[in-house]
Design a protein around this ligand. Structure first.
Ligand code: NAD
Length: 489
């Protein structure tokens, strides 16, 4: 009876090209915008994973044997389908994640760009060949790994799965996707569209759940590589467990991104970029501005940032945060900073959006005079909150940035090439920006942080991911008996 009332039918796992009705324990899926339960998601177990892996294994030989130029044809068609259904996909992202429609659309557009990159793989993975000795040639080819898994977080239900799906599959692997149990709806659309685009059954599978299924993925003997995106705490668990089981693993973790603002920064450009970075997607981006190092006399810029932040209206151009627990956690960070002496310039606590009273909203928040040792300056808040730390010079700002355990993004705002160069060189972060609030590298450049923001060797997207999703086969060939003796023969 209960399920009849839900807006979306109960989610089913997608295994071997079919949605398999789930009869086990399920979790409610809540829309952060209304607080309403809109669906349920399976808490799958190792049996469900086993079935998915068996289907993937059955599909793999034919998929791996297909030339890459043929495999990417699926992704050309898939990209067209995403473009055709852009609004529909964006609305679903908005509903399950809580971000604004414009943000959701930008997310799906990024999925399209990631798919375009996969379509270019035939141009990028041509191997190498050399006559290494008289009559003997060596060639190197990128070969797929087999069955791989991708574990995703809640903050980009559509884009983060596309960090891995198009590249891993176009490179000849079969995949098991484990979406976040908080946002499982977009994966249903992804599965349907890949099928419509002509992907053979079993090449892509979705197994839903939480901890139990992630552990089963790390332990499954037939899964050869695992990618993970989520918090640092779980990234460590997954990286350790997957590599302990002798799998290849890249695990992206959380972030605390530092924006360094110098007195010569362009005031308007800086204020709008910093504010957009801290408030976009309600601050739930692993690239979001979180701590701003205000170097020297920058009061005029801080004032502009506060003015910009006040223009952001929750429920209009600011989305909801993912859950009640997230709202409470974010507000706790603000209250603790205030109690410890920081000055709240713009206060987003106790935010109620008319007509969406049960939604999980936190208003834009700007806090000045935060001390570097406060929790709000060091830990990932993951909400629309900017903590401003005053520093006397660039060295002090860089010292604080360097001390962070994380290392996803860092940015500097300045008109000085010399100062910008210092930050480019000295920031301890995998992705650095100059006068850019969210320095995400666009394709073909790869995405990945440093320090505790990423565990593993490769980045998760772009050219770097080719190495992650493939292994090299080195072949030596001789056909001419007249060449007689050759190297090592
Ligand atoms: P999370 O770590 O709670 O969950 C991520 C995934 O791990 C989910 O699929 C979840 O089901 C699973 N999981 C949760 N608890 C687990 C456990 N105990 N054992 C095994 N698996 C478990 O992360 P989240 O809250 O969904 O996402 C937000 C986090 O992700 C933030 O820290 C954010 O910075 C990070 N993130 C990082 C990047 C990046 O590129 N570095 C990108 C997006 C998000």
């Amino acid at each position: 009876m209960e399920t009849l009332k839900l807006k979306y039918p109960a989610i089913a796992n997608y295994i071997g090209g079919q949605f398999i009705p789930f009869t086990g324990k399920a979790l409610d899926v809540q829309s952060p915008i209304s607080g309403e339960v809109i669906s349920t998601v399976p808490l799958s177990g190792s049996n469900d994973l086993h079935l998915a892996v068996e289907k993937a294994k059955a599909a793999w030989p034919a998929w791996a044997a297909m030339p890459v130029k043929e495999r990417v044809q699926v992704f050309y068609r898939y990209k067209t389908l995403m473009e055709k259904h852009l609004d529909e996909l964006s609305r679903l992202v908005q509903e399950e994640n809580g971000k604004t429609f414009e943000e959701a659309k930008a997310e799906v557009e990024k999925s399209i760009e990631l798919t375009e990159f996969a379509c270019s793989l035939p141009q990028l993975i041509s191997g190498e060949l050399l006559e290494v000795s008289r009559g003997v040639e060596c060639r190197v080819d990128h070969k797929p790994l087999g069955i791989v898994a991708s574990i995703a977080p809640f903050n980009f239900p559509h884009m983060v799965p596309h960090w891995t799906i198009p590249n891993a599959i176009a490179l000849g692997n079969c995949m098991i996707l484990k979406p976040s149990e908080q946002v499982p709806l977009s994966a249903v659309k992804i599965a349907n569209m890949l099928k419509e685009a002509g992907l053979p059954d079993g090449v892509f599978n979705v197994v839903n759940g939480d901890r139990e299924i992630v552990e089963a993925i790390c332990d499954h003997p037939d899964i050869t590589a695992v990618s993970f995106v989520g918090s640092t705490k779980i990234a460590k668990v997954v990286y350790r467990r997957a590599t302990d089981n002798l799998k290849r693993c890249v695990a992206l973790g959380g972030a605390k991104n530092h924006l360094i603002v110098l007195p010569d920064a362009h005031p308007d450009m800086t204020a709008s970029n910093v504010t957009a970075s801290m408030s976009g997607c309600a601050g739930q981006r692993c690239m979001a501005a979180s701590a701003m190092m205000a170097v020297g006399e920058v009061d005029h810029i801080v004032q502009k940032i506060a003015e910009e932040a006040k223009k952001i209206i929750p429920g209009k151009n600011l989305g909801a945060v993912i859950s009640k627990a997230a709202k409470e956690r974010i507000e706790r960070y603000i209250s603790e900073a205030e109690a410890a002496g920081a000055k709240v310039l713009v206060d987003g606590r106790n935010c109620i959006v008319p007509g969406k009273e049960d939604g999980f909203y936190v208003g834009p928040t700007v806090i000045d005079y935060v001390q570097p040792d406060m929790a709000i300056a060091k830990e990932e808040v993951f909400g629309p909150v900017l903590a401003i730390v005053r520093t006397k010079d660039l060295d002090e700002a860089l010292r604080i940035e360097n001390d962070s355990t994380y290392g996803n993004a860092a940015s500097v705002f300045t008109q000085s090439g010399g100062a910008a160069r210092q930050v480019m060189e000295r920031a301890s972060a995998g992705m650095v920006g100059v006068n850019i609030g969210v320095p995400v590298p666009r394709e073909p450049f790869s995405f990945g942080g440093w320090n505790e923001s990423k565990f593993g060797v490769n980045d998760i997207t772009g050219k770097s991911s080719i190495e992650f999703w493939t292994r090299l086969k080195k072949t030596s060939v001789k056909w001419n008996p007249e060449a007689k003796v050759n190297w090592m023969s």
